[in-house]
Design a protein around this ligand. Structure first.
Ligand code: KG4
Ligand code: ZN
Length: 331
């Protein structure tokens, strides 16, 4: 759906036989962001190879497949089109069912592939470069979105603040490293909380607060040093990271409490953040298990799409060759 070409073979309900990802990171690096046209061309070049690799690692052929699942929303239109076309070709050629999967719903259930005893109901936080959402998985048939970001995603905020701090991309790991030698109490950055008590997120105010802190009133400072700031860049990184983590942890624990959940799942690239892991482990109340799936299931991957597809198939969902893409995810 974005810049990773991924395919997996799943033995239903949740045994991952292979999970292949071809990252386009190097292709987009020089542009400072994903270039949609480059992404869709690279998908078209790679999708067959990645599918073949996933099949061969799983030790199966197309003839062994019972169904094919594909993400058709939300995401970049050109990327989605390539994946959906490939999946339709397989379904048509082999006469097997096709099922379209919501990419975010796939993230939400991804942890089930790694935890045989994780069953609904549970609450999931998905925080990546593209999304920040809380879901209640009340049953495999009922996924309810409890709150999403109204502007930037959490990972996107890490990436943008990394640019402000002169760090390399992706910003999350770079900020975490620098934060390791900083004081998280040095600067009190704002933590968004919706006035209506909803579980919505917002990170643009935090990003702007870091910008103003670094650049000074009127944005006059260019490359501020420690003397100008009164604190080190590491202190800024640590204080920023603490603010993001506080917000993610507060809302997730609130969601779990509202749902009366016994399990909380954290997914998406930001789940790699050690401060987030430590803080959740420390603050989770007794009786709430916190699951951090392995990185291969947290980042964009095919196994989560196959898993969600298998769940939908079990509920009787089938799509036909008219399956369309929906970049916004609303259609
Ligand atoms: O799920 P993901 O690999 O890709 C998509 O966004 O689709 O997530 C990538 C995001 C980036 O914004 C990156 O900065 C962030 O996850 N990220 C982190 C960490 N590792 C990756 N954010 C905070 N701390 C980390 N250790
Ligand atoms: Zn994603």
């Amino acid at each position: 759906s974005c810049d990773d070409t991924a395919a997996a073979v799943l033995e239903a309900p949740r045994r991952v036989l292979s999970n292949e990802v071809s990252s386009q990171y190097e292709l987009h690096r020089a542009f400072g962001g994903i270039v949609p046209e480059i992404a869709s061309r690279a998908h078209a070049e790679r999708v067959t190879l990645v599918v073949e690799k996933a099949l061969s690692i799983a030790g199966v052929t197309l003839d062994d497949l019972d169904a094919v699942a594909v993400t058709h929303k939300p995401g970049l239109v050109g990327s989605l089109v390539v994946g959906v076309a490939a999946a339709k070709a397989i379904a048509l050629a082999r006469g097997i069912p096709l099922v379209g999967v919501d990419h975010i719903e796939a993230h939400v259930v991804a942890a089930m592939a790694d935890a045989p005893d994780l069953e609904p109901p549970f609450v999931a936080l998905v925080a990546s470069g593209g999304h920040t959402s809380l879901y209640a998985v009340r049953s495999e048939g009922e996924l309810a979105c409890l709150g999403s970001t109204m502007d930037d995603a959490a990972g996107e905020c890490f990436d943008k603040v990394a640019v402000l701090l002169g760090l390399e991309q992706p910003g999350g790991p770079a900020i975490s490293r620098l934060a390791g030698v900083g004081d998280p109490e040095a600067v009190r950055f704002p933590r968004y909380r919706a006035k209506d008590g909803s579980l919505a997120f917002s990170f643009s105010g935090l990003k702007t607060a870091v910008l103003y802190f670094l650049k000074g009133p009127g944005g006059r400072r260019d490359a501020p040093d420690r003397a100008e700031l009164g604190v080190s860049r590491a202190d800024v990184a640590a204080s920023f990271q603490r603010a993001v983590v506080d917000v993610l942890v507060d809302r997730s624990l609130e969601a779990a409490a509202r749902e009366g959940a016994h399990d909380l799942v954290i997914g998406g690239g930001v789940a790699a953040n050690q401060e987030l892991r430590k803080t959740l482990a420390r603050r989770a109340p007794p009786g709430l298990r916190v699951h951090f799936p392995p990185p291969s299931l947290c980042v964009d991957n095919g196994a989560m799409v196959a898993l969600r597809g298998a769940q939908l198939l079990a509920q009787g969902r089938r799509d036909d060759l008219g399956l369309d893409v929906s970049p916004t995810g609303r259609a």
